[in-house]
Structure formats: structure tokens, C-alpha cells
Design a protein. Sequence first.
Lengths: 464, 441
Amino acid sequence: MITKRLAQQVLNECLSTGCDFAEIFLEETETEKLSVDNLCVETASSMTSYGAGIRLIRDLESVYGYTNDISKKGLMSLAFSLKQSFDEKRKKECAPIKKMRINNRHAPKIPYASYSKEERVRLLKKIASAMEIDEKIVRTLVNLNCNMQEVQIFNSDGKEVNDCRIRGRISMMAVAKDENGIETSHEGPGAQKGMEFFLEENDLVAKAKEVAEVALTMLKAKECPSGKMPVVIGNGFGGVIFHEACGHSLEASSVSKNLSVFSGKKGTQIASKLVSAVDDGTIPGGWGSGNVDDEGNRCQKNVLIKNGVLTSYMVDPFNGKRMNEKETGSSRRESYRYEPTSRMTNTFILPGKSTVEEMIKATPYGLYAKSLGGGSVNPATGEFNFAVDEAYMIEDGKITYPVKGATLIGSGSEILKKIDMVGNDLKRAQGMCGAASGSIPVDVGQPTIRVSEITVGGRGGVRQ
Amino acid sequence: MKFDIYFEEAEKIGLEALELYYEKESSLSFSLFHEEIESYRVSDTYALTARGIYKGKFGYCSTEKKDRCTPKYVVEQIKENAGINETKEIAEIYKGSARYVKKNVYNGEYKKIPTEHKIALAKEMERSLRKADSRIREVEIEYSESESEIGLLNSYGLKLKNKSNSLVYYVCAHATDESGETKSGYKISFENDFDKFNPNEIVREVVDKTISQLGGKPCKSGKYKTILDKKVVASLLSFFLSSASAEAISKKSSMLVDKLNTKIASKKLTIEERPLTRNMFFRSFDDEGVATSNKKIVDKGILKTYLYDLKNARKFNVEPTGNGYKGGDGKAGISFVNIYLKPGKKSLNELFQVVQDGIYITSVEGLHAGMNAQSGNFSLQAKGYQIENGKKGRPITLITVAGNLFDMIQNIKEVGSDSELLSSGFTSSSMYIKSMAISGN
């Protein structure tokens, strides 16, 4: 996108008023969206995002600016305006720039470009038709979103990194309706891969049927009772509980400022001994993976919790300075419009030994939260909430009937300690995570787990 | 900016019509940590969203690029995307309304105030917060100012422009008590005139919101008379408004199907859209170029209108209501600006008096997942206070409030008089609901 020479010039302009680090992040992202609503192509759109972000750091002070004008004039004028924040003499010159070699571990086998828009439409319609298993399915919605993000990163330490990230995701939703109400169900498989992920590695038609079946099941569901009870949380997207209730609180952006419940807890037991968890940005083709993070540092596998003991945070270089820790390849951002900070990649609880049947059997009365929806957490207090999309009551060690409208609430640090069974069925699922540096693709994941007690909210009254 | 070339290129490749919508934005923001500037940001951006008609269908393309090849690229993408579009609706680019209200809501005075002064005010608020109560352990303060110009041009010669600006302080405190439990409280204060900020008032409100939550515990599960804070009211009612979208009506995915001119809520509920109010949310045209107008959506509990963009107005054979606003992909969706909930006569304290014993909910979390936008069923994490003997009492936390939005609005007993324009562009007031299901202990 820009030459080494121009990068050096801009970085030197940044350094001229005394900052100790400067970085340029350039990006061009092409996104293509296709949306098939009730078997009809409703939208086809193309989007280009294009621009540069410049960051200056002095000690624990950071200055960030961005623009769409990546000409010499545009970048120099942004550098000039940013450097006004500092008023010291130049401390250093930009080091000679050397390009870092990257071995792309996430390159697509079947590029999107080789598969025409018409062919993509045919695939989406096949998925949509597969959801029409009952006349109560009143609406189907299938989207394909694919994008290619090319980035170029330069910094005053002499780094140049070029990376290309290609991602695709198909989301499918079924709406079921009868005289009692409307229920929706959805799935959204995605990967940092090409069309092979949808054509060869996944049976999307089978997935689509499941989605429709869940929507129909939930039509028959009763309102979920409320109160404190044991909860068996399903694998895959159930890992959002760990993502929200624990993952965010392990990000250096809140830990370093002492704003997290887990600040200063490294080496201590924060979870049940059954819990080990990782943040692994190296999984080939993983939705949240990368060759390098958005500062050009190599992605890595970080063991966050081992047998219940907190072993590592997710650290970006800037917050790492404050807490005196090395970065962990965790610095991410949605686009050039965001200053990067510590974020998750693919974060999940490692498998244990129990089977789902054992967990259900061991529960006299409780909730089987098979599939969770989204949730949120306040990192300062650790308080979280999740919606449950698909749930069943467990009575006398058996699954009895579906329930709807359940919410799980609690505090992350407490829940972690209450995990008393961990399954052997680890699965990852894709999501978009929103935080300070924008909305980024991440995997959540876990095997099925049982929590001895969670507050369940619902409209079905309290069990007598 | 030179847009003529886009129209020329469009004509060359046979697009029947073209519409360009651009947004130019510049901003400055900073945040403090321990009274030092922790981050400082500036930005200057431009984005073009275009749609065009080819063989009677819409194609979409948006870009942030502005080089020589862009116009040709944009119109070609539109043509390709239109080629696979199968919607049956008639694609229409608007020729223009008879009249557009003109008001200047841009106030450039803020640029004359030096940034140092804006930083000093933030530091002063941080010091006051820390001084106000020793339990306040951390403070986060962010300031941001931005101005944006949007413009709409189309092949029929329509040219519209709107410029606005806003200045925002976000002030948040974290307090920890002897038991080690932490609570946070915040205030988003926004103006378009810097001199209107009232730092003492902001600090007082944040301290009160934060400290008063300490020691909070869940209450007993059960049904309670409930007062919802105006912020909560605005969040919940925005889901109601989404159900009034003609798109949702036409897709039959709304509970408001066939409810026009019927009573759908308590007579205490009157909701208006007032896009023409002179404030920073003012809009005289929507993103399709249709002139906006002030109108009642719900009048004393009766649903008066759905919200239409061009496409749905055509489908329902009515006039568009100026509610076509674009999403990220350039497609017009239905949205609204400057929503106004008609306030009642009683202050918040008077409402506490009326309720005597109940729950006052000050915040709900997890709306994106805990609210079923179609059925209106919700189950949300909440916090607030007990209402005891007609007064705000002890703090409660980690409860869930569950119910159905459409039932809830039938059960509005009173709307408060504490009307305030919130940062979401919603002028809202507190609300007293006859009964809500709370789950706690």
C-alpha cells in the first residue's frame, strides 16, 4: 500500500516531538455480502474499507489518529497533527525497516473469487430449502459474508509486516410461528478459510435442518422457571459463558488498570480444579486465528488457566508495559479506525472426562442450557448475563421438557469455582466480539460442563 | 467533492438511476487514567454508500476509497450485484419532496475552546470524584467531539446536505466497600455547546449512582410494582418502535400486525417522532431523500402509524414517512430519530410515593440477547433499588426482570415528569408499571 521510504518518513515525523514509539497500520478490506430471505436474493452488496491508523506512544500515554487519505500528504498531515500532543526533543530515529516473513497458515484452498456469485446464491438457497421442514417455519434467512483484509504494519522499531486475512461465514436463521408465538433459531459457522469450509468440511444442509428443528421445538417450550439451580451448559457456543464471564476479565486492558476481578491473581486458584482453558490464535483456519496480531506480533497459544490456577493473561505491548508483562500476540482491532488492545482469539475450556449423559444423570433438578445466545459482562464487577436459546428441564436425572426465555446471571469468579463436571465433547463456535477496539471475529468453545448453581431468570415462576 | 463522474459512468454502463450518499466525519477524543491523558485520538474520514438500479433491481456498493478508478468500480459493482438481486419490490430512487425544513444545528464554537481546557475540565471532574468519597477507587473519563456532514445526491438532481456536531463527556466511577465488592456508575453528558456542561452536576450524579449501589443484594423473587428508569424505558421502547417498522409488518414478524388505530398500550403512553426538533439529532430528510416530519406514533395508547421507507410505502400504498435510514451495506432499513415520550405530571419521587412498596430498576443488561425483538418476551439482568415506604431504599443487584414488552405497555400506570434527552436521541421519562416478574433469591 505504501513504500518503505514513505513509512520511514511518516514515522520520523511522529518521533520528532519525543514519543518513544510510532506505528502505521494500513488496511484495505473488501467485503461481499449476500442475503437470501425466504429463498429470494434480497441483497447483494460490496464494501471497501480503506485507510490508515497512526499511533504514537510515550511511556503510558498513547495518541491515535486515522484517515482514509493514505497519500503522502494525508499521512504526513495526520502525523503532524498527532505529534502536537508531545513537546519534547526527538529521542530517536526510526530504525531501518526490515520486512518480517510470514508463513500463511490460514490461506484458503478454494478462493471465494473462484466461486461466482451465482454459485454462491445456489448454495445459500440449498441451505434455506433445507430449513423448510414444516409449514410452521414461516421465514428463513441465510447470509454469506466473505471478506479479505490486507494489512500493512510499520513501526519505529523497524518492523514491516504484510498480512492477508480471508474469512467467510454463513449464518442461517429459521423463524417458526404458531398460534402461541414466534421462535427463532440460528447457527453461524465461519472460518479463516475459503469455500472448502462450506463445501467440504461442513454438512450445511444437516445443520440447517437442526436449526429449523430447534425453532420448532422451542415453539412447544414452556416458560423457564426461575431460581437458583444446577445448570448443564452445552458445548460449542456454550463457551460464551467463559468468554464473557472470564475471558474479558483476563484481558490486559482491564487487568493492567486493576479494573478486573482477576487483577493480581496470577498463580492463584480462580476456578475449580477441573478447569483448564486456553486462548489459541494459532489454530489453522480458525475464525479467530491469525498469522500475526494487529501490531504484527506472532499469534500464539496462551494457557490461561491450568487445573483451576490462573497462569496467563492476554497482553498487548502497551498494557504489558503497565503491568510489566510480555505481550502474548493478543493485540487486535476491527479496522484502522480502532487503536488495538488486548483481545481474545479462539478461547475455550479444554475437555474433561464426563459424558453429557453422566452430567444429566447426576442432576436431580436443574436446567440443561443446550445452546446459549449472546451475553455481556461488566469486567469491573464480573457480573454477567446470558440468554439461553435452547433449554430443557432436568428432573430426576432425566431431560423432561423444553423451556424458553431463560437467562443465566451471576458473577464470573463465582461460576468458575462452581464448575463441578467437565465433559469430553469439546467444540468451538464462531462469534463476533465487541469491545474497545471494535467488533472482531473470535471462537468461543467448551465441552459440555455442569455448574453446581446459577441464578436462572425466567417467567415460569419459582419452583415450590 | 466531484460526484458528476459517478453519474456519467453510471449512464455509460446502463444503470437506470444512481443514488450517492456520503458521510464526512472528523473527531477528537481523549481518555484519562489517574489524571493523565491515557489515549488521545483524532480522525478524519469519508465514506460513500451508493446504490443504483439495473434492470429494475437494486445493486449496492460502498467504499472509503477516493481514487481515479473508484467511480467506475462502484458503478460496475452495483451492476453486478443488481444482476443477482431477485426481490420483487420495485426499486425506486426518490425524485424529491416538495419542501425540506431548514435549520442550522451545527455549532462550530467548540473549536475555539482549546483542547487543554477540555482536558482540564476532565481532570477537575476526576479529582472531585475521588474527593467525594474514599470508596471511589477508580475513575474513567472520556471526552469526544465530532462533526459530521452527510449528503445525498441522485440522478434526478436531488442534492441534500446536513451538518451536525456533538460533544460528549463519559464519566464513570468504580467504588469498592470494606467487603471488597465493587460497583460502577456512569453518566454520559452531551451537548453541542461546550459551555453548557455542568461538571458539578455530572460528578454529583456519578457519585450518587455509584455509592448508592454498594451493599446491593438480590431481592426476593416475586411480582413487584416497578418503576423503570428513563434510560431503561428508552431501551425497551426502541424495541417496540422496531416492531412498528413497516418492514417487520410486511414480513409478518411483528406483534403489531393489523393493530393500526387500535389500542395497544395504556392511555398514558404517547410516543412521537420529532426529527425536526432543533437539536443535534435533527434531520430534515432521511437517507433516501424523503422529507421527514414530526408525527405521533402512539397517541394515548392507540397506534397511529407504522414507519415507512420508500419500498414499504410503495408496497402498502401510502406516503413514505421519512424513516428510511441506511445500514452498513447501503441498503435502506427503517429507523427513526428524535423519539419523544410524552412526559406525565409526577416527579420520580412522587412516583415512589404512589408505589409505596416495589422495585426501582435503574439499568438492564443483555438486551441484545435477552430480548426477543419479535415476540417481545424478555428476561434481563437488572439492578436498582427497593422502593420502601414511598422512598428509594436499599440497593438490589443481580436480579432478572422478565416479561413481555407488549403486555408491559398495557400496564403503564404513570409516566414521570423527569423528561430528558438521552444520548440515544430518545427523550424519555421514568415509568411506573403495574407489576413485573422479578427473580432474585
